[in-house]
Write a protein that binds this ligand. Sequence first.
Ligand code: NAD
Length: 375
Amino acid sequence: MKIAVLKEAAGETRCAAIPETVKKFVALGADVAVESGSGAGASIADSDFEAAGATIGSRAEVLKGAGLLLTVAGPDPETLKGAERDALLVGALDPVRQRQFIDGYAAAGLEALAMEWMPRITRAQSMDVLSSQSNLSGYKAVVDAAATYGRAFPMMMTAAGTVSPAKVFVMGVGVAGLQAIATARRLGAQVSATDVRSATREQIQSLGAKPIFVENVAGIEGEGTGGYATEMSEEYQKAQAELVSGHIAKQDIVITTALIPGRLAPRLISDAQLATMRAGSVIVDLAAEAGGNVEGTVAGESVARHGVTIIGASNLARSLPADSSALFARNLYNFLSAFWDQEQKRPVLPDDDEIVKAIRLTKDGKVVSERLTAA
Ligand code: NAD
């Protein structure tokens, strides 16, 4: 089987393959063709891919005869002219927002697979692009906050006096939130964190941070369904708002990461609460693209309100392209190698497999994903 690695559209810094995964695909018996310049954003030269066993070519050259197309973001179907019918297209295809592209893949006869719809089951953990990219985003959110904050994070005892440690509050303790807590702790901040899922309380403590939880109204038991939160009751939201009001005025940095699948991000900080924070405080809103956890967040921009800087973070993993490409590329390899048929030397995707059912969007000229057809 020939595998094509596609160069991403402008603005996307990541690459769907790295030399390590190219070597591994070659070892499985595949031919790998990398579109020239694919790795530039992630500091990988064409010659690095060649040394790993790939050939380099134009878009038309890599598409020709390829049964498997690897991408980070979903390409415009117009740019895939010349692709083989029935080729697999695998990447973070953003199926809901890019629905027109998905229809285009179906029309071109491609079998499109959306990696971000990977189910949260143990078998699929190493294939989970949302987790791998969120981890890096959680780290980068804290680094960006530290770079913007006009004070230091750690306590410093100097001859000229003491610098007090920054107080960091992390709201939403999933993959990104946990990494944000760990990063802020490493930088020497005093860290507290909150979530609606009760399982996170111990995780917060184990990282040396202080859990701040709504006590009088029940949250979500344990991990929640598949690790996901749902929208909370009005009673809970009110109790949470009171809790935040009491805590936030004492914080210097807030990192918000709260998301609810398929919905707008929950609003966790109001403008009035923001106004109680000390001037110079910094908020990084990782939920910016889903509408934001903070009132006034603008996705992709930094705005100042009441002397507080709100960074509307947008796809922070892109700002660490070498690492985010490496993790993304390994997620793709782990998925494809798990379904690799040694004799046919290609992935075989059974219709009744839980993973295949969750991520397959199109096949045989049609949109087949129930999540899309039901919408
Ligand atoms: P996410 O991005 O969906 O949400 C981020 C966090 O925000 C979650 O912890 C959620 O509970 C929290 N949140 C939602 N509404 C909130 C509110 N109103 N107030 C405060 N917090 C709120 O979550 P995620 O980072 O993708 O992962 C969440 C969990 O799923 C983790 O425990 C992770 O270990 C698990 N997970 C499992 C697998 C697997 O088994 N394959 C893969 C990925 C993640």
